[in-house]
Ligand binder design. Structure first.
Ligand code: NAD
Ligand code: WQD
Length: 340
């Protein structure tokens, strides 16, 4: 049996791009996903791109019996753990679902990993764990601060649980990857972000205005202390993010304990800059109006990318034009996402 990588949440947005990068790098991959926010079509599209389909298990990361069976049936060497819920607004309405999927899901996964003696884990964390600090760029050694919503708190809780776990047993090798704002799609236009219902995030919203599915973008506030008054974020191409996971996976096999890395570009763009870049790439006009600030939003946020560069030899290579062009190609080729 070859060594395999288990990818939880592997049919979702970031998980599918990372699964592709793993397959293309020669890894054998098992995907576990309950399809609560994705379609298995994404995995079929992977086969169109690289000629290989990962093994797929439909199921829930909270299902301990299923996890035990996966670890018995496959020679899993490491787990990339993407599975979880991610909508900030929804998390305030359904906090128990968020704590169950994100926190209980991770605890159950780690129990099954410990039982199977699989002790290499890469976890999808988020820049949200930095809270509302104004110290830019955000470095990994800045103390975390409690996020303002259940989604963010679930990410911080999992980070703390995994730190306790690594302290309790030095054989664990764990990477906490703090993503900034993932955007874009694979350059083939075959896989990309496919939100259920109206998007919460900026780029998919802009894309759906461009394709004519939504009428107008609401720009949340133009009175922030930023260059043009709109919010500034560190947008990172999802393929760069995927490649960052491969680098982290290699690094933790040599470096036990807890390792925290930001995955960002180190560059911030405003909402208006994103709109303009998208208009240029798509040739479409993005209708927008400025409305009040969105509750819980911070003015600006970007990463210090130097720790990942020093430790992993990884930096994001794709710039803003590539991010918005690839997002647009995916949207244009798949106006209804994976629903044909
Ligand atoms: P996504 O919703 O596209 O992918 C998550 C996948 O997990 C989906 O395919 C979903 O069906 C699956 N899933 C959810 N709960 C599950 C469960 N209990 N058991 C099995 N599968 C389950 O989201 P994404 O954007 O690809 O995010 C992946 C991870 O990265 C998430 O943990 C998210 O919190 C984290 N993250 C995302 C962003 C972002 O902006 N997209 C930023 C920071 C961190
Ligand atoms: C980006 C900018 C908005 C939508 C969220 C989560 C974070 C992480 C990534 C998972 C902000 C503005 C947005 C719109 C707008 N997710 N905006 N109109 O808020 O930085 O981060 O996703 O971990 O935890 O909070 O991303 O894409 O929602 O917003 O003006 O319709 O676009 O105010 O300045 P955010 P976003």
């Amino acid at each position: 049996m070859n060594d395999k990588i288990l990818v939880t949440g592997g049919s979702g947005y970031i998980g599918s791009h990372t699964t592709l990068a793993l397959l293309q790098a020669g890894y054998d991959v098992v995907v576990l996903d309950n399809l609560s926010n994705s379609s298995a079509e994404s995995l079929e599209r992977l086969e169109c791109i690289c000629g290989i389909m990962p093994e797929f298990v439909k199921g829930d990361v909270r299902d301990r019996d299923l996890l035990d069976k996966i670890f018995t049936d496959h020679n899993i060497r490491a787990v990339l753990h993407f599975a979880g819920l991610k909508a900030v607004g929804e998390s305030t309405q359904q906090p128990l679902d968020y704590y169950s999927n994100n926190v209980l899901g991770t605890v159950t996964l780690c129990q099954a990993m410990a039982n199977a003696n699989v002790l290499n884990l890469v976890f999808s964390s988020s820049a949200t764990v930095y809270g509302d600090t104004t110290q830019m760029p955000l470095r990994e050694d800045i103390p975390t601060s409690t996020p303002t919503n259940p989604y963010g708190r679930s990410k911080l809780m999992v980070e703390e649980i995994l730190q306790d776990l690594a302290k309790s047993d030095p054989r664990w090798s764990i990477a906490l990857l703090r993503y900034f704002n993932p955007v874009g799609a694979h350059q083939s236009g075959l896989i990309g972000e496919d939100p259920n219902g109206p998007p919460n995030n900026l780029l998919p919203y802009i894309s759906q205005v461009a394709i004519g599915q939504l009428k107008q973008l609401s720009v949340f506030g133009s009175d922030y202390p930023t260059q043009d008054g709109t919010g500034v974020r560190d947008y990172i191409h999802v393929q760069d993010l995927a490649e960052g996971h491969l680098s982290a996976l290699k690094a933790i096999s040599l470096k036990p304990g807890i390792n925290i890395w930001n995955l960002g570009t180190g560059i911030g763009y405003s909402v208006l800059e994103m709109i303009r870049a998208f208009e240029l790439a798509s040739g479409r006009t993005i209708s927008y109006c400025v409305v009040d600030r969105r509750a819980g939003d911070i003015a600006e946020c970007w990463a210090s990318a130097s720790k990942a560069e020093n430790d992993l030899g990884w930096t994001a290579k794709r710039g803003l034009t590539e991010m918005v062009s690839d997002a647009w190609r995916w949207q244009e080729k798949n106006p209804n996402g994976y629903r044909r």
